[in-house]
Design a binder for this molecule. Structure first.
Ligand code: KIV
Length: 296
């Protein structure tokens, strides 16, 4: 396995390089990012794929679920992320409603993410039933990431966020979904919220790289929501989340320290202030002295 150390010249990640990584058994890394600063940090850390997920509806915009976010709202974030990226592959999530009315609509919206947002691929939730629509988007020269299993845009149909593929019928459906997406030519398949045994079977069956989230370690890669990774979600984490940092504590402590310093006149100090040039200061002192003398 070859891992390019951070700091060494890196190659641009493409759809082809994802397939290559699968063939070479090199784990693929993916994180969500929704703004310029995060995109820079994630890209600088040599993460392979940056996903502007519709999870931004909750993490960035405070919506209850992902259903409300619009193409225009998504695009605002995709553009910002694009400006912060150099090497990673940029995937934009197609939000709920942006591909459900038909393939023409889907192609039009996917094209906006490429032309206006700088996305290199789009992600569409759903398996077998989306295969034809995904072919149409690929025909328009736009690579597509599939997404099956626990698909958050189906929350109302699934009656909640539930692990999928737990019985034989569910496993059969997931296999059919994965194979249909693979045959449609997807760039990769996100496997969300499914038993690791099922994810392992799918990963062995399809040519497209699988990227797991709550799908166990046998996937070709792993994705996490950035806000889960650094504890910015204000909610207990799901079972599969590993917290790698505590940005909530870091930010909260910094904000509280700033408040305390302002209240106690400790901020800003003289060293944190701008000063007049010497001759201007001397001139000003003279003027002020004259004014004082006239008042006497
Ligand atoms: O919207 C999102 O962040 C996603 C990931 C969880 C895969 O779809």
């Amino acid at each position: 396995m070859s891992i390019a150390p951070i700091g060494e010249p890196r190659q641009k990640i493409t759809v082809a390089s994802l397939r290559e990584k699968k063939l070479q058994h090199q784990p693929i890394t993916c994180l969500t990012a929704y703004d310029y600063a995060t995109a820079r940090l994630v890209d600088d850390a040599a993460i392979d794929i940056v996903l502007v997920g519709d999870s931004l509806a909750q993490t960035m915009l405070g919506y209850e679920n992902t259903l409300s976010v619009t193409v225009d709202e998504m695009l605002h974030h995709v553009r910002a992320v694009h400006r912060g990226m150099k090497h990673a592959l940029l995937i934009a999530d197609m939000p709920y409603g942006s591909y459900h009315a038909g393939a023409d609509d889907a192609v039009k919206n996917a094209t906006r993410f490429v032309k206006e947002g700088g996305a290199e691929a789009v992600k569409v939730e759903g398996g077998e039933k989306r295969a034809d629509l995904i072919r149409r988007i690929i025909d328009a020269e736009i690579p597509v990431a599939g997404h099956i299993g626990l698909t958050p845009q189906s929350v109302n149909v699934m009656s909640g966020y539930k692990v999928q593929g737990k019985d034989l019928g569910g496993i059969e459906q997931l296999m059919r979904d994965a194979v249909a997406l693979d045959r449609a030519g997807v760039a990769c398949i996100v496997l969300e919220g499914i038993p690791r045994e099922v994810a392992a079977m799918i990963t062995a069956e399809v040519g497209a790289p699988t990227i797991g989230i709550g799908a166990g370690p046998e996937c070709d890669g792993q994705v996490l929501v950035f806000h889960d990774l650094v504890n910015l979600t204000f909610a207990p984490p799901a079972k599969f989340v590993r917290r790698y940092g505590d940005a909530a504590a870091l930010i909260s402590n910094a904000v509280r320290a700033f408040r305390a310093d302002v209240k106690s006149l400790q901020y800003p100090s003289d060293g944190e202030s701008y000063h007049l040039p010497k001759d201007t200061k001397a001139g000003l002192d003279t003027v002020l002295e004259r004014k004082r003398a006239m008042r006497r």
